[in-house]
Ligand binder design. Structure first.
Ligand code: ATP
Ligand code: MG
Length: 1091
């Protein structure tokens, strides 16, 4: 590759190969397009864009860029940010659907083996990965994914072109909830290739399920279904091909059965499904001999088994296969006569029955999937159309004729929407534009489907079928004559000696229609229905033939062409209602080998897909157009004037938005009803701004949610913590209902402390504690608990170097859980605890010991799989660190009853005596419950105040986001930092002077009421209850607001920045009382400065 390889300008380590978007080609010729595709293909880039259209070249090997990493990369990214990818197209559909509220569809086209089905599967996979959802949605996703192996088993087969060729077309709508979760779906299937059930060309196989059953059936199933080797069955042995390279039929069989299970097909029906599959195989082995012009079953022995499998009486089956009831009109009278069939007709009938059974079974499977994922009403959807490709065989019968017709129709949609509509729109909207020539294949569609003037091929065919004689001799000739008369001069039609040629958009196809066969299929339909309906009533097969022959007397198959014409037009209508996307698949070779590039083959596809015209139209035109109203809606969020809605003429609003992002004048044009943006890059500018705004909101929502979750978690922790001390230790009067915060040091903003932790190490608990040495002298330490252990951080003066004299943080001790043996505490209400460690112990004092202990014991158990021993006693022993020669040994702490709630310390030699008054009884427990609903209300109230003014404005200070949970400082913490409301809890700054003092001050309002705590509402935030009666204070201290504050409850006041008002009461909890506008209420003290 050399050092000169160019790399994608945004993605890292992505080599640039040719151009990503062929709109950027310097010359727009077929050669240049083919060259570009080849260059990329050889560099293993299978995807290339033409504007929004994705070109995909089949690599015939697994590419490495379909992992979770790519799924993440493409999620929410703009098209130009990453190399072209089917995930980018899918993500775009998903986002458009959600933002614009429009259904989307993607039309995947290309010839057989070009990679359509694989592409469809990538789309489904991506959607199921990126969209969330609960268990119901997961179930739907699973069914959507499992529908693939099931439908492929019954609908795909090996052909000469593709080892896994779809022999049916499908349109799979994935339906979404308003929240974007795939919660339903619907499959429509078309044109199952029924002829394959009874015969296959050389080197081809029947549908996969037959070989799967033969290879994968259990011994019991073999016995029950009469499974032999494939060459035993006439319906499989005509082509002599039974195996496919790289396919494990036996394994696939297990997958098929599992898929049936997931989809919810009951076990007994699964058995009957297999019975029909085997039944068809055995039916195929019934042969007929000619006996005096009549067809006769050659060996009646072969009748019994299929009859048994299909649940039909053998005599009746024989009867139906060799004769037909005909209604005949004779002299005004109508009578029913039994006509005996000849050998050929009997063969037709047998095959028709096999095909009908198979087709109805296939429909049943599709229906089962639909039933499992249907939803009562549709909201949004993304439709994926994977129809089998245009194909040319040596001999092209009626089915190929239909397939090619549908492909012609799809090409027509593509042309209508991308080339024709685009150009017409410019004219309509008055946009300056030079028209571009392209081939419109409508003329070919008309040749086939026109009803009259001149009648199209289908109409002529129907006519010939309707008027031919029963035997059908000479009908083919008649068809050709009539076609010659009707469309003989059409430039896309030629006749040849035994058939006709249609010049399709994708090439010339010689068709040979067997009119007698087409006609006969219609005639035997009735007979087949009779066989189907004569099955036992409770039989599954009977349910596949719901027709009631008595009342449905007139039910006849519609004419050969009318059904497919209707299906094709219905499909076109469905697609036209959605916002369309296109994937054009290209097949680079017929060898199915990677890196094999057959130039002429690719050129042919590039030509007929109209890629050159596509690029030219794109290039000359505008990448993006939107109705003014839709544009305004999508980008409203960008400016205050447009949010939530623009007042004034729409066109002005659009201009306002375009100018707000400084878009160059030559980048857009205003039409009559739409705005046109020239380059994708200009549009991405808008998109990016929009994303950024949304990101801001998303962050706010996330933050509120996290806060809510954290609060719930801490509440639960508090309950658990009090369990630890329950019945063992007296409690501090204010500690039981204190809310847990975890990190009291605000480590996120303390790099000097974080330096001792690993990069993403989580902090469970952090607080400043007192540590006692061998002489019981106390010193401050920062105690940090993480999943890795306990850290004790102190401060020391730097002794040398450039920072000499400065005070620096030092890691004094790190204890791993494995080395901690136990923790001991007194039974009184003091805050001491001893951490017993392998080397020596630590005597610590912390106001938040209960919280610390609860977190420690949880982590300890997680890591060591042992329970942490916590012991209680009023004589605690701790071993001190050995230092130098001396040291070591143990110290004792004795706890006694004394006056007051403050611990009094009296060191004496090796014993420290601690005296303290009685606390709350040992059996006190936390009874406080704050409902989740209340919390959520609170959270969303904060949020809604964010949205009040519409735009992406941050809350200016409605409510201190952390006040509820992290308020731990007893006093106003100096002047808050500039640039935002003060963060009460996590702020650095003076710690509470003495915890015990602090506790004492708050005692009155934190007392446990006699009736328990349930009635209490506010103590969680350590906020004093409102004063019973507001005391008017004529003159007194006043304060000025530094930040806006919006009261969160009825007993709070609100104020704006710079408001000056009376300060009624300062409280150590930080919640002060003030009076403003005649209302007295609480507010956070650090939102104001005293004047
Ligand atoms: N993106 C891809 N990566 C790897 N292999 C692929 C890819 N696309 C296609 N293939 C290979 O090509 C084969 C044919 O692809 P696929 O079945 O999708 O063709 P198709 O267009 O659906 O053809 P048909 O019209 O016959 O159904 C696949 O079985 C697979 O081996
Ligand atoms: Mg396919």
């Amino acid at each position: 590759m050399g050092g000169k390889a160019k790399y994608h300008w945004q993605s890292q380590n992505v080599k640039q190969s040719g151009v990503d978007d062929m709109v950027l080609l310097s010359k727009i010729t077929e050669d240049a397009i083919v060259d570009n595709l080849k260059k990329r293909y050889m560099d293993d880039y299978i995807f290339t864009y033409i504007g929004p259209v994705l070109i995909s070249v089949n690599p015939f090997k697994q590419m490495p860029y379909f992992t979770d990493r790519e799924i993440e990369l493409y999620q929410g990214a703009a098209q130009y940010e990453n190399p072209p990818h089917i995930y980018a197209l899918t993500d775009n559909m998903y986002r458009n659907m959600m933002i614009d509220g429009e259904n989307q569809c993607v039309i995947i086209s290309g010839e057989s083996g070009a990679g359509k089905t694989v592409a469809a599967k990538y789309i489904m996979g991506y959607i199921s990965k990126v969209s969330g959802g609960g268990s119901k949605v997961q179930h739907v996703k699973e069914i959507i994914l499992q529908s693939n192996p099931l439908l492929e088993a019954f609908g795909n087969a090996k052909t000469v072109r593709n080892n896994n060729s779809s022999r049916f077309g499908k349109y799979f709508e994935i339906q979404f909830s308003r929240g974007g979760e795939p919660d339903g779906g619907k499959i429509s299937n078309f044109l199952l290739e029924k002829s394959r059930v009874v015969s296959q060309n050389e080197n081809e196989r029947n549908f996969h399920i037959y070989y799967q059953l033969i290879e994968g059936a259990s011994a019991q199933q073999r016995e029950a279904l009469g499974i032999m080797t494939p060459d035993y069955y006439y319906y499989l042995n005509q082509s002599g091909t039974y195996k496919v390279d790289g396919t494990n039929d036996s394994k696939d069989f297990q997958e098929t059965m599992e898929a049936m299970q997931v989809i919810g097909i009951p076990g007994d029906i699964q058995t009957q499904v297999l019975q029909i599959v085997a039944g068809i195989l055995h039916l195929g082995n019934i042969s007929f001999i000619e006996a005096g012009n009549y067809g006769q079953v050659e060996s009646t022995d072969l009748l019994a088994f299929p009859a048994y499998l299909l649940g039909i009486d053998p005599n009746r089956l024989q009867d139906k296969l060799t004769s037909r009831k005909m209604d005949s009109k004779w002299g005004g009278k109508s009578e029913s006569i039994n006509v005996t069939l000849n050998q050929e007709q009997a063969n037709y009938t047998r095959d028709a029955l096999a095909k009908a059974l198979y087709a109805r079974l296939f429909d049943y499977l599709v229906e089962s999937i639909n039933k499992a994922i249907q939803k009562p009403h549709e909201e949004f959807s993304i439709g994926v159309l994977d129809i089998y490709g245009f194909e040319i065989f040596q001999r092209n019968g009626f089915e190929q004729f239909c397939i090619n017709f549908v492909n012609e129709k799809l090409q027509q949609i593509f042309i209508e929407l991308t080339l024709k509509a685009e150009q017409e729109e410019y004219v309509q909207e008055g946009i300056k534009w030079t028209p571009i020539e392209y081939f419109n294949n409508k003329i070919v569609c008309d040749l086939i489907e026109n009803k009259l003037n001149p009648p199209g091929i289908m109409s002529v065919l129907d006519d010939v079928c309707a008027t031919m004689h029963a035997k059908g001799e000479g009908a083919d000739g008649t068809l050709l004559q009539k076609l010659q008369a009707a469309v003989g001069t059409h430039e896309h039609f030629n006749s040849w000696n035994s058939g006709f040629v249609i010049h399709h958009y994708a090439g010339k196809v010689r068709c040979l229609l067997d009119v007698a066969l087409i006609k006969h299929q219609r005639l035997v339909f009735w007979g087949v229905l009779k066989i189907g309906t004569s099955v036992n009533c409770d039989n599954f097969i009977r349910s596949l033939f719901p027709e009631n022959l008595n009342t449905d007397k007139k039910a006849r198959p519609t004419t050969a062409g009318s059904k497919i014409k209707k299906q094709a037009n219905d499909l076109v209508n469905t697609l036209m209602k959605c916002t369309p996307h296109y994937i054009r698949c290209i097949k680079p070779n017929e060898t199915k080998r990677p890196k094999d590039w057959e130039e002429s083959r690719v050129r042919h596809q590039v030509e007929y897909l109209g890629l050159r015209e596509n690029i030219r139209v794109r290039r000359a035109g505008f990448a993006y157009r939107r109705l003014f109203s839709k544009f305004l809606m999508r980008y409203a969020i960008l400016t205050a004037e447009t949010w939530p809605c623009w007042r004034g003429p729409e066109q002005q609003g659009v201009l306002h938005l375009l100018r707000s992002v400084n878009m160059d004048n030559d980048q857009y044009q205003m039409g009559r009803t739409k705005v046109f943006v020239k380059n994708p890059e200009s549009l991405f500018l808008l998109e990016e701004m929009r994303e950024r705004k949304f990101d801001t909101f998303a962050r706010i929502i996330q933050k509120a949610w996290r806060k809510f979750i954290a609060r719930k978690k801490y509440e639960q922790m508090r309950e658990e913590a009090s369990d630890i001390l329950y019945n063992s230790k007296e409690r501090r009067k204010n500690s039981i209902n204190r809310n847990f915060v975890g990190d009291y040091l605000g480590l996120e903003q303390r790099p000097e402390l974080r330096q001792f932790l690993a990069k993403r190490e989580r902090v469970d608990f952090a607080d400043s504690v007192n540590k006692f040495d061998r002489r019981f002298k106390s010193i401050k330490r920062d105690l940090i608990l993480t999943p890795k252990g306990i850290y004790l951080i102190g401060r020391e003066k730097v002794k040398k170097g450039p920072e000499k004299g400065q005070i620096k943080e030092v890691l004094k001790r790190k204890m791993e859980f494995g080395s901690i043996s136990s923790v001991s505490l007194s039974t009184r209400q003091d805050d001491f605890f001893v951490l017993h460690e392998a080397q020596y112990d630590s005597l610590l004092e912390s106001n938040f010991k209960t919280e610390f202990l609860s977190l420690l014991s949880k982590r300890y158990e997680e890591v060591t799989k042992r329970k942490l021993t916590i012991s209680f006693g009023d004589r605690l022993e701790f071993r001190v660190k050995k230092e130098g020669w001396g040291g070591g040994g143990t110290r004792i702490v004795v706890f006694q009853k004394g006056p007051g709630d403050l611990a009094q310390l009296k060191p004496g030699g090796k014993t420290l005596s601690v005296t303290i008054g009685d606390g709350l009884p040992k059996s006190s427990s936390s009874l406080y419950h704050r409902t989740a609903g209340l919390l959520l209300k609170h959270t969303f109230r904060s949020l809604s105040s964010v949205h009040q003014n519409g735009g992406a404005k941050f809350p200016r200070g409605p409510h201190n986001p952390q006040a509820d949970i992290t308020y731990s400082s007893p006093q106003k913490q100096g002047r808050p930092l500039q640039g935002g409301p003060p963060k009460l809890g996590s702020q650095r700054g003076p710690r509470p002077p003495a915890p015990n003092q602090y506790n004492q001050r708050n005692l009155d309002f934190l007392n446990v009421p006699d009736q328990g705590m349930k009635q209490r509402k506010r103590s969680i935030t350590q906020r004093p209850p409102p004063a019973p009666k507001p005391q008017p204070r004529p003159q007194g201290p006043r304060c000025r607001a530094l930040y806006q504050y919006v009261g969160q409850d009825t007993d709070e006041i609100s104020f704006e920045v710079n408001d000056v008002f009376d300060l009624v009461k300062e409280d150590a909890s930080g919640w002060w009382t003030g009076r403003i506008g005649g209302k007295e209420g609480l507010f956070p003290g650090n939102y104001v400065e005293k004047i």
